[in-house]
Design a protein around this ligand. Structure first.
Ligand SMILES: [Zn+2]
Length: 485
């Protein structure tokens, strides 16, 4: 079942229902919208509710001014569980039993992370690419089903950024290679600011989906050039040519950024304030902002921490690289973008959760998820200090699950992760690739009710769910239409 927890139950539940019924009525019946809304408003007032404006009753609800789209790359339900169990011995996502969707259910449990708290609403999301699908019954009745026809981060990122599905390997273009508008571009076109932040290279698939268009996700130099040439206000990520994965200097390797691209950034002629030191991230996070456009390259090769030397048995046992972290980068980005009185859209990615999944690294999976969770906390603090939940929407989700993380020895059925606080839970990785499971979605703030109301598909175990195109469609078609702000 869908879990909802809201302060003002009557108003919010009602508004969510109205979104469904009005959206369901479609464009052809739009003339009845006003009378529906007026009638609805009257009955709301009778009910003693304090709904603010008619705007709340329009399709999509009240448009958020700011959208903060946070993606834990590869972070499935059991990835959240892995960290939650380690931190508190609690997880609400446990599913255990025979492979029979009708008989299975989530065990439920206490909130651990900020995004599981009462002020947030939760749904789930399908992640498949354009030539695949998700069958919720098959998914729970055959535990090999989720290994098939999986998305990659390029197709998933494109769907989340543009509202349209594409083929694996493709960034910001449809299956025929036509360029698609993403929500960062829409934000810029209606006068808002926009940016991307990642703990992996700034032009890896997920941030590239909000900043580039290319039929080949491996065309890294081309996508870097496109992003440097774009109107984005913030590009923060790893991928530095001059540093290795331990944040030590090395002879330059132009894997993500070309030599020409690096020269352009360093010349000061790119249009961005360029920096590549951790101190400047901290400075911006502290509020010392003097420009509205920054390109910040973290001084590491591929990931802030995940690819550093050593083998971790428990989280934190191998000394961390002395570089910036995702919470600092996130606060820094919000301080830059928040200068725009018209608002902003930003994608913040915990990119290396996925890398731990591919490598089946259990301890570093917790480390990376903790860094992402800390970024959500930092965002939460920023919103409450510098904005508010009536104007800002925060989304916390994943682009797909990675590694098929589940309970030990599940055989033909399903086993849950379990274990006491302070220990890595009992678990097993069943893949080195992505899976086609639903992923969790947590939302809070302006537009959150519309996201939840759009969850019109049903999974027998996870409940109602949205698709990975849903939020971008709401953004592009309802909230931030090209004509208005
Ligand atoms: Zn991956």
């Amino acid at each position: 079942m869908l879990r909802r927890s809201v302060r003002s139950v009557s108003a919010v539940t009602f508004s969510a229902c109205m979104v469904v019924s009005i959206a369901g009525a479609g464009v052809a019946q739009s003339q009845s919208l006003e009378s529906q809304s007026t009638a609805a408003f009257g009955s709301l007032q009778q009910a003693g509710s304090s709904l603010g404006s008619l705007e709340d009753l329009l399709p999509g609800g009240k448009a958020p001014k700011n959208i903060i789209y946070m993606v834990g790359d590869g972070m499935g339900f059991n990835h959240v569980a892995n960290t939650n169990l380690f931190e508190s011995g609690q997880s609400r996502y446990a599913v255990e039993g025979e492979a029979d969707g009708e008989a299975l259910e989530e065990a439920g449990g206490e909130a651990v992370q900020v995004y599981e708290g009462d002020e947030w609403q939760q749904s789930s999301m399908s992640t498949y690419p354009v030539d695949s699908g998700y069958d919720p019954v098959k998914a729970w009745n055959d535990n090999d089903y989720i290994n098939q026809n999986v998305t990659d981060s390029a197709a998933a990122g494109t769907a989340m950024a543009t509202g349209q599905k594409t083929l694996n390997g493709m960034i910001g273009v449809d299956a025929e290679g036509n360029e698609l508008e993403n929500t960062n571009e829409r934000a810029l076109s209606i006068g808002k600011s926009a940016g991307v932040v990642s703990s992996v290279p700034f032009n890896h698939a997920t941030p590239a989906a909000w900043g580039a268009h290319n039929s080949d996700r491996n065309a890294l130099h081309d996508m870097a050039d496109e992003m440097i040439d774009s109107d984005l206000n913030v590009i923060f990520g790893a991928g530095h040519p001059d540093f290795d994965d331990n944040a030590a200097g090395r002879d330059a390797k132009y894997e993500y950024l070309s030599e020409e691209g690096q020269d352009l950034l360093e010349s000061g002629d790119s249009g961005f304030e360029y920096f590549d030191d951790s101190e400047t991230f901290a400075d911006l996070a502290a509020g010392n902002v003097s420009s509205d456009r920054y390109f910040g390259l973290a001084p590491v090769a591929t990931t802030l921490q995940q690819n550093r030397d050593g083998e971790s048995v428990v989280p934190g046992d191998v000394p961390a690289n002395d570089v910036t972290d995702l919470p600092t980068m996130s606060t820094a980005a919000l301080n830059v973008l928040g200068q725009d009185e018209d608002g902003f859209q930003v994608m913040i990615e915990g990119g290396a959760i996925d890398w731990t999944g591919h490598a089946n690294e259990s301890a570093r999976n917790v480390e990376e998820t903790q860094d992402f969770n800390a970024a959500v906390e930092a965002v939460n603090v920023w919103v409450e200090k510098n904005s508010n939940w009536d104007e800002t929407l925060v989304i916390v989700t994943a682009d797909h699950e990675t590694g098929y993380l589940s309970g030990e020895d599940q055989g033909d059925g399903w086993k849950a992760l379990h274990g006491p606080t302070g220990q890595l839970p009992s678990h097993q990785w069943y893949s080195g690739n992505h899976t086609n499971q639903l992923v969790p979605v947590f939302v809070r703030g302006a537009g959150a009710d519309a996201v939840i109301a759009a969850a019109d598909k049903q999974d027998p175990v996870r409940g109602s769910y949205i698709d990975n195109t849903t939020i971008a469609k709401l953004t592009l078609e309802n909230w931030w239409t090209a004509e208005g702000k």
